[in-house]
Design a protein around this ligand. Structure first.
Ligand code: GLN
Length: 539
């Protein structure tokens, strides 16, 4: 008897149909029915992980507790399920090939020609089933990145075909997500793209069990019947996925469409109890009917691309709901911020978050923004590079060290207030070599951070190379910027605060990676609250 059942989610017709959200929503429903579920994502690109990719290519890079740099869909999985993912939950073609090539060099296939089939597909299958070894998951959902029909997806589809053959029909359920477009001129929804995309899968030997149809209009029963007939699925397995107001509505929409029940029936698992979703519904109610409203600036250099700051934006939704407050986000391009226009761009805002980032583009704008916020007592929240820029701003303008900089931007800075740690100086490889994953931090009593967390020992996820330079700590603290949180093992400064300011908190780590619907991040919650208080005070 196997320990786990497997659900595979493929996508057809076009990208950006929301496979990640559908997978996370199904997982949520199964979890709410009492099943233990996890989700993994397989991405068909050749990068070993998305860590070296520009956000313009791939959106935000999500980081797991154990330090994997992953696809941003893992963020959705964690936010929906409230359980952490790990290294094993995101696999790329690059990673698969790396393993196979390493095996080959070790001589594991000695005498054999190493080929896509069976060697690459075997490694894909091994990785697809790896999480079963954890021993605690009833159902493992695997989202296959890319679109069926792409050359690079072929080995993955073949692996799924083989697995179904090897493990049997009842162990695997295949869900195919497609598009049912509406043709305005014809005033009709069109099923042909779905038929073609299913045919494409069938040609590869894979028959989907369930079709999730993305659509802007309701699917009537005639249409469902037609899709069922032409695509060889049951009519109740044609699931409508209509555009939703918020991604958090999708689990409830899928519940109405019985995606969870149909999946369980396919896997020959009992439906058990009706899903327990009271807290989820309550959260949505608060998202949709807030009693307060604030406008928070988001200063970054990738602001034209929504996905670049995905987790930050979602964290504001969680923290907003917790405060019964709608958080409007006003994005501000850091390259467009100058000493001349900082006032005009920032003065009306209730608070500002300065975003993470790499490289020097836009940093002077970030420093300018922080200067304005600090000197005008406007709530400020700096994350990673945002925190580093706050330290530079303070050193330049309060400690009067005009040369203060990060050695990331200026290698020979006279006052390297942000610098590389010794063990990073030896590192020359770019991929997977930053300070990554979860580290402990100890908070100073009486600080805003301590109040927010309500305890003094925390752990948070990191993704950076540069650090606060402790040589400057004494002077900084005397001048009014304190280390509110430090790593107990290395003494690295993880949080800076200005106690005299209404709310000025900069964190070296990424709190946005741990905010979930069930557990909104305390710093985001308190930052939104500080913005609400400031907004009230201004009235
Ligand atoms: N570029 C900075 C560093 O590597 C900050 C990174 C970040 O904001 N994630 O330290």
């Amino acid at each position: 008897m196997r320990k786990s059942k497997f659900v595979f989610v493929t996508g057809g017709v076009t990208s950006s149909l929301g496979k990640g959200i559908i997978s996370a929503s199904l997982a949520k429903l199964l979890q709410a029915r009492g099943y233990s579920v996890t989700i993994q994502k397989f991405d068909p690109y050749i990068n070993v992980d998305p860590g070296t990719m520009n956000p313009y290519e791939h959106g935000e890079c999500f980081v797991t507790e154990d330090g994997a740099e992953t696809d941003l869909d893992l963020g959705h999985y964690e936010r929906f399920l409230n359980i952490p993912t790990s290294q094993a939950n995101n696999v790329t073609t690059g990673r698969i090939y790396q393993t196979v090539i390493e095996n080959e060099r070790r001589g594991e296939y000695l005498g054999k020609t190493v080929q896509v089939i069976p060697h690459i597909t075997n490694e894909i299958k091994r990785r697809m089933m790896l999480l079963e070894e954890v021993g605690k998951y009833d159902i493992i959902i695997t989202e296959l990145g890319g679109t069926v029909g792409d050359i690079e997806s072929l080995p993955y589809i073949e692996a799924v075909r083989q697995l179904r053959w090897e493990l049997g029909q009842d162990t695997i359920c295949i869900i195919h997500l497609t598009l049912v477009p509406y043709l305005k001129a014809a005033k009709e929804l069109k099923t042909k793209p779905t038929q073609h995309s299913v045919k494409e899968l069938q040609e590869l030997g894979v028959q989907p069990d369930i079709l999730v149809c993305r659509t802007e209009h309701k699917l009537n029963s005639e249409l469902r019947k037609k899709i069922a007939l032409f695509c060889n699925v049951n009519q109740n397995a044609v699931i409508e996925s209509i555009d939703a107001d918020t991604i958090y509505d999708v689990p409830l929409l899928m519940l109405k469409e019985k995606l969870d029940k149909v999946t369980l029936a396919k896997l020959k698992l009992p439906s058990r109890n009706e899903p327990e979703l009271e807290a989820w519904k309550d959260f949505i109610l608060r998202v949709k009917h807030p009693t307060n409203e604030v406008t928070i600036g988001l200063v970054g250099k990738y602001v034209e691309l929504q996905d670049a700051y995905k987790s930050i934006i979602e964290s504001f939704i969680h923290a907003g709901a917790e405060n019964d407050c709608k958080v409007n986000i006003k994005t501000i391009h850091s390259e467009m911020l100058t000493p001349e226009n900082a006032k005009e761009k920032l003065e009306g805002l209730d608070g500002v978050l300065v975003a993470p980032g790499f490289g020097s583009r836009g940093i002077e704008g970030k420093i300018e923004a922080i200067h304005y916020l600090r000197t005008h007592n406007i709530p400020f929240f700096g994350i990673c590079l945002g925190m580093q820029m706050a330290v530079i701003e303070f050193a330049r303008n309060v400690l009067k060290l005009p040369e203060a900089h990060s050695t990331e931007m200026e290698v020979n800075s006279l006052n390297p207030v942000i610098d590389l740690m010794e063990d990073q100086k030896e590192v020359s490889q770019k991929g997977g070599t930053m300070r990554l994953g979860s580290y402990n931090c100890e908070l100073k009593k009486g600080t805003k951070s301590f109040t927010a967390y309500g305890k003094n020992k925390i752990s948070e996820r990191h993704r950076h190379r540069y650090e606060f330079n402790n040589v400057y700590l004494d002077d900084m603290e005397k001048a009014g910027m304190i280390a509110a949180g430090r790593n107990p093992e290395t003494n690295l400064v993880e949080i800076v605060e200005i106690p005299k300011h209404r709310w000025f908190v900069g964190v070296q780590y990424h709190p946005e990676l741990k905010s979930t619907v069930e557990n909104p991040h305390p710093l985001f919650v308190k930052f939104v609250k500080a913005c609400m208080d400031y907004s009230e005070e201004k009235k």
